[in-house]
Design a protein around this ligand. Structure first.
Ligand SMILES: [Zn+2]
Length: 149
């Protein structure tokens, strides 16, 4: 399977986070300008996700998708539908910085998580870049329920 990669403009930040929840590689930052987005799309072979008409007009030589809706659920459905995406790798990527997560033993994150979580969850992963700790559990389940495939 060829890995599909995206770069999202500043107007679709919530969509970018949700694509990361599903495991997709999405570059998103509120400091990226249009030139950088276009350059990154070319150099890293990323598809531009944008709600900005001016940016879309400049994308003729790049792969891009104009995001129609204001609502993130519809945005997500549009992206998944447009590229036929059905295989997800849920909670494999840092929601904050897009880095692939590394699974770790729970003892190694003992001091960095609430006691209740330590006692009730078994699968943990950390982000090598920003050091955030993630766990599979109610939080993940609730987030996924909200998007209802
Ligand atoms: Zn991170």
């Amino acid at each position: 399977m060829v890995e599909i990669k995206f770069v999202a403009d500043v107007m679709v930040g919530k969509l970018a986070r949700w694509l990361r929840v599903l495991g997709f590689d999405v570059v998103y930052s509120n400091v990226l300008d249009d030139d950088e987005i276009i350059r990154m799309a070319k150099s890293e072979n990323r598809i531009i996700l944008t709600r900005d008409n001016r940016l879309a007009a400049r994308c003729r030589n790049s792969q891009y998708l104009f995001v129609e809706s204001d609502a993130y659920k519809e945005q997500l459905q549009q992206v998944l539908g447009a590229f036929g995406l059905k295989d997800f790798n849920v909670f494999s990527r840092c929601l904050e910085c897009n880095t692939p997560l590394q699974e770790v033993d729970k003892e190694t994150v003992f001091e960095r998580i609430p006691p209740f979580i330590y006692l009730t969850q078994n699968r943990f992963a950390t982000c090598p870049t920003c050091k955030r700790v993630y766990w599979h559990g109610t939080h993940a389940d609730e987030m996924l329920k909200r998007i209802q495939f």
